[in-house]
Ligand binder design. Sequence first.
Ligand SMILES: [Zn+2]
Length: 51
Amino acid sequence: MQRVFVVSCPGCEREIELPEGARPGDTIRCCGRDYRLTYAYGSYALEPPGD
Ligand SMILES: [Zn+2]
């Protein structure tokens, strides 16, 4: 059985389905920006790139 995780994009608030094997620290691309995947308290989140 496969578990599918989704994260909300902080840029456009769209829900993004994580690719299989995604891990914290991975880069997820959405709306033209690269976000860093983080994991805390049982759920994934996206962090904007440092700017
Ligand atoms: Zn986005």
